[in-house]
Design a protein around this ligand. Structure first.
Ligand SMILES: *Cc1c(COP(=O)(O)O)cnc(C)c1O
Ligand code: SF4
Length: 356
């Protein structure tokens, strides 16, 4: 899934380029009244103490781990605005705030939780499942989620965009069994639209690829990213398009997210969502039911509910398999079948996500 991240932040290097090499000024003029997403990105909160102050929780600052437990806090201000001031248990806050519990070393919680290092076939390509190849298109994310399984992933040179896509696309060209290309990361929409245009030009000759899937959290955490140049790029692709969002709680949706989803659908994309089951955040049937209802109101269907990847520093988020199964049973009794996500776990070496 899209729980891919790095601790450094190359976004500030790639993002300011602008589509097709336009300078920021000309790009701003083209975007009209829309806020420039890159400016909003740069303006994100990256200081844990500042986040607590903004939320009137400054008294909790002495409970922060030093140096954010080795994984920097990052959260766009628009996402912070959806948190409840004064609530230390806010489900959005808990997804981003560094906790002392992350420093605990729990047996079974490791650095490379899903065997990505073994699955790498070419620069920036993960090809684990038949018919689908996943490109690590960007190492950056607009938000740093504490449970992310790649908080320790050594991206370095593994980002497909760094090599102008050549090596990654060469792998896809040579394997005609691949009919779906998945852009993941990091977050592929952290790339400037101009970079995405480079990719789609590279795809033009590959007739065996009929679907493009994008795994992204940006329409939820920084919906301004779904701007006109991006929507035009997406619409222009002669492929079937699937956008898999990542939201874990109904409170992550607001009118700006609804608008981003509407634009994606108008560009021809099918919208799905994957969530991670997180203790203290969404481990209640009522919360998960409200999430499904809320996402459907935005035109999004639930896809996967992931059991947490057992990554070092995330043990405090884990929900047992028995609890997870009973939560989904409960959802089944409350919702139409199409609003019940598939409960899965990613197991290294398996031919697909493993249903629970
Ligand atoms: C999760 C994942 C996919 C997508 O799996 P689906 O079941 O098709 O959603 C593809 N490739 C890799 C490497 C993955 O981790
Ligand atoms: S958006 Fe969050 S979960 Fe997804 S890759 Fe980035 S940090 Fe990980």
């Amino acid at each position: 899934m899209t729980q891919d991240c790095v601790q450094t932040d190359p976004a500030l290097r790639v993002a300011p380029e602008g589509p097709s090499g336009a300078t920021r000024d000309t790009w701003n003029r083209k975007a009209g009244s829309l806020a420039d997403w890159r400016q909003l990105w740069r303006d994100s909160i990256t200081d844990s103490r500042e986040l607590l102050q903004v939320l009137e929780l400054g008294h909790l600052a002495d409970r922060l781990p030093i140096e954010d437990a080795g994984f920097a806090l990052r959260v766009p201000r628009g996402f912070v605005a959806r948190m409840r001031p004064g609530d230390a248990r806010d489900p959005l806050l808990l997804q981003v705030l560094p906790q002392l519990a992350e420093l605990e070393r729990v047996p079974g919680f490791v650095v490379d939780a899903v065997g990505d290092l073994a699955a790498r076939e070419a620069q920036g390509v993960l090809h684990k499942y038949q018919g689908r190849a996943l490109l690590i298109a960007s190492g950056s994310c607009a938000i740093n989620c504490r449970y992310c399984f790649r908080r320790h992933f050594p991206y370095g040179d593994e980002i497909a965009a760094a090599g102008q896509w050549r090596q990654a696309l060469e792998h896809v060209r040579q394997d005609t069994s691949i009919n779906e290309l998945i852009l993941s990361g990091g977050d592929p929409l952290a790339l400037a639209t101009g970079k995405l245009e480079e990719l789609s030009q590279g795809l033009a000759g590959l007739t065996h690829v009929t679907r493009l899937r994008i795994h992204t959290r940006l329409p939820v955490v920084l919906p301004e990213r779904i701007d006109t140049p991006f929507v035009e790029w997406l619409r222009s692709l002669p492929l079937q398009k699937v956008v898999v969002l990542h939201a874990n709680h109904a409170s992550e949706f607001d009118e700006s997210v609804d608008a981003a989803c509407a634009r994606l659908r108008e560009a021809g994309a099918t919208l799905l969502n994957q969530s991670v089951l997180l203790r203290g955040i969404n481990d209640h049937a009522g919360v998960l039911t409200a999430l499904s209802e809320r996402m459907f109101a935005a035109g999004v269907l639930p896809y996967y509910l992931h059991q947490l990847d057992r990554v070092q520093g995330a043990a405090h988020f884990e929900v047992t398999d028995a609890q997870a199964q009973s939560l989904v049973e409960d959802m089944r009794s409350r919702l139409p079948g199409y609003l019940v996500p598939k409960l899965v776990r990613e197991v290294g070496g398996d031919p697909s996500k493993r249903p629970l």
